[in-house]
Design a protein. Structure first.
Length: 182
């Protein structure tokens, strides 16, 4: 996965909900043998009013991370591209669609109840609940998109301190983050 992709932040689009729901329905079928709970809409596109990269992030909680590896062929057959070199591969399987240079969706397959999954949901919920926090994050995202316009991974890595601060403010001790290659 190349780090030198352009970061493009757009105004919130209510159509993102339908784009999530379409993939959620498909994934519910494809991942049925492994799922341990509801497939969740995470990331900035899951927060009404928040500007975002127009890429829908989904979290699929599975019963067993090790057993979920056998879902890779089924997901690939459904059009998902697996990234085996993900720096977070020790706790998640990460996919995108349709291709790296034109992403519309990211899929995070994580064991149900894993602290990283809990953190993703807590961060989303904090942004949904607090308009001031949501605005602070929107401002940060716009600033970082300008600063790291041609380096998607640097943009993502630069948001870590904000995310950790929000998690601490919500009683969650952030886990060490694996930085994406810049």
């Amino acid at each position: 996965m190349s780090a030198d992709q352009t970061v493009h932040i757009v105004t919130y689009d209510p159509a993102w909900l339908a784009q999530f729901a379409e993939q959620q329905d498909r994934l519910r079928t494809v991942l049925a043998p492994w799922l341990a709970g509801t497939i969740e809409h995470i990331g900035s596109t899951a927060v009404a009013g928040l500007p975002a990269k127009p890429v829908i992030d989904l979290l699929a909680p599975v019963r067993s991370f090790d057993e979920a590896r056998s879902a890779i062929p089924a997901l690939e057959a459904d059009g998902w591209l697996f990234w085996p070199d993900d720096p977070c591969r020790r706790y998640r399987l990460w996919f995108l669609r349709p291709r790296p240079d034109a992403r519309t969706h990211h899929l995070h397959v994580v064991e149900h109840g894993h602290p990283h999954a809990t953190a993703l949901l807590a961060f989303r919920d904090a942004l949904r609940a607090d308009p001031g926090l949501r605005q602070d994050y929107a401002d940060l995202k716009k600033h970082l998109a300008g600063e790291h316009h041609d380096n998607r991974n640097a943009y993502t890595n630069a948001k870590n301190d904000f995310v950790d601060q929000v998690l601490r403010g919500n009683g969650i001790q952030p886990l060490p983050r694996d930085l994406l290659p810049e």
